[in-house]
Design a binder for this molecule. Structure first.
Ligand code: PLP
Length: 452
């Protein structure tokens, strides 16, 4: 019997998150206050986040202990399995070895509960009663609703309207865990009303939904805001993925030459890759690839500049790859990859040449996903299908070059709530939607002026 599933026991679960900032080749760029243009301090973030998370956001400590209560919640689904994709390798006839870490075993079906339970824990501990947030495909909203139910917090979710309409089951999942879901843009907030005035048919975007959630949190003292990606503390919480994967690769007697993950805001990418990147900073040779849709090509086509995290301009200014905060991507099925910006840490690593990026078309990622499902069994989420297809392309490329690589990718979630998208693919109705240069330059012209 081949050792296909490489699994840790629960007492082997890593007890620390890895903070990549401690090993960053250059210090991170400061985050700026939208009004003053000066670096933001803890006081600016206090209306939205608990102190423990603000401290993690700016921490330079290499390893941060995971609280016992958070570990206890994580063990509902962790450690997650690492698989050797023997069947896929055979189907491709590749010389390379392909491994994947599977985060779809969480109750919400993706990696997102890893940070949701940590955020719920710290907010509860500091006396917060309610969290607001945004969600695209519904993955983050369901993860936070689950965490809210585990830690006793009310959860209010602004869900991007196009997904709210395409994915009723995700809404019901959130409601099952006690979450309260509103389609965004809504008339419940100043930010939502402003967008609807300009465009009554707006299908929404993550940027707009963030504006709405931040507004509600800023106006209520017992309410905080929670973000499912992008921020340093979110990426930190996801590093448990890579910390586990390091141990599992060691058990397999292998080490990855290439690490691949889909990249929306950058959290599952950071989760799998940051714990390995510390070896790269110490001289180990490896390639790390972030994969995005051609409809929202933040790293491959965006500009490295200061921009708002939301559409209305309420959030601090972050130096990141951005398509412009007014950019609203096509309604592709990988809803979790439709964000206009990217994590500051991932952006800086890309800018400094430590990581690579590639953009893939919708039809291609579904082709990879179906091939994967028919050989490995698991039906990938459309977001995760980007990493599946990229791994397939990398294996083929290595074969063409006559090389054998060890490829590790993050299968960030399952696609059980995305079968309508698969149906469209089978009917040949999936449209490729590459962002046009003219459109992009229009949005980039609207970047805020920052003298840095
Ligand atoms: C949200 C999501 C993503 C993209 O978000 P990141 O923060 O970039 O990880 C990828 N895959 C799945 C399954 C998701 O739910």
């Amino acid at each position: 019997m081949r050792n296909r599933m490489i699994q840790l026991s629960q007492n082997e679960i890593p007890r620390q998150w890895y903070n990549i900032v401690a090993d960053f080749p250059n210090p991170p760029e400061p985050v700026l206050h939208p009004g003053t243009g000066k670096p933001v301090g803890p006081d600016d973030l206090k209306p939205l986040f608990p102190m423990a998370l603000i401290e993690q956001e700016v921490s330079t400590q290499r390893f941060i202990p995971i609280p016992e209560e958070v570990l206890d919640a994580l063990t509902l689904w962790r450690p997650t399995p690492l698989f050797r994709a023997y069947n896929l390798e055979k189907a491709l006839g590749t010389q390379s070895k392909i491994y994947y870490k599977y985060e779809g075993v969480s109750p919400a079906g993706s990696h997102k509960p890893n940070t949701a339970v940590a955020q719920a824990y710290y907010n509860k501990k500091e006396g917060i009663k309610k969290l607001t947030t945004e969600t695209g495909a519904g993955q983050w909203g369901s993860a936070l609703s689950l965490a809210g139910s585990l830690f006793g917090l009310d959860i209010k979710v602004f869900m991007v309207k196009v997904s709210y309409e395409q994915k009723p089951y995700r809404r019901l999942l959130m409601e099952t865990w006690g979450g309260n879901v509103t389609p965004s843009p809504s008339t419940e907030t100043e930010a939502g009303r402003k967008v609807l005035e300009k465009d009554p048919n707006s299908t929404g975007s993550l940027g707009i939904a963030i504006s709405e959630a931040v507004e509600v949190a800023a106006m209520n003292p017992d309410t905080n805001y929670s973000l499912g990606s992008v921020l340093n503390h979110v990426l930190l919480h996801q590093t448990i993925i890579g910390e586990e994967a390091r141990l599992q690769m060691e058990m397999a007697g292998d080490y990855p030459d290439v690490i691949i993950a889909s990249c929306g805001g950058g959290s599952n990418f950071a989760g799998i890759s940051f714990p390995f990147l510390r070896d790269k900073f110490h001289g180990r040779d490896m390639r790390v690839i972030a994969v995005e849709p051609t409809a929202c090509p933040t790293l491959t086509k965006g500009k490295y500049a200061y921009d708002f995290g939301d559409t209305v301009g309420l959030t601090p200014l972050v130096k990141m790859y951005t398509l412009g905060h007014n950019f609203v991507p096509a309604g592709i099925h990988a809803g979790g990859l439709r964000y206009h910006g990217d994590s500051a840490l991932v952006s800086q690593l890309y800018h400094e040449g430590q990581i690579e990026a590639m953009a893939l078309e919708q039809r291609d990622i579904f082709e990879g996903a179906v091939l994967f499902a028919r050989h490995e069994g698991i039906v990938p989420a459309p977001e995760s299908a980007h990493s599946v297809q990229a791994a397939i392309l990398e294996a083929k490329k290595a074969d063409e070059e006559g090389k054998s690589k060890t490829i590790l990718f993050n299968l960030s979630g399952h696609g059980h709530f995305d079968l309508a998208a698969y149906e469209q693919f089978f009917k040949g109705e999936i449209q490729d939607s590459t962002l046009k240069e003219e459109e992009l330059s229009k949005f980039l012209a609207e970047l805020p002026p920052v003298a840095m």
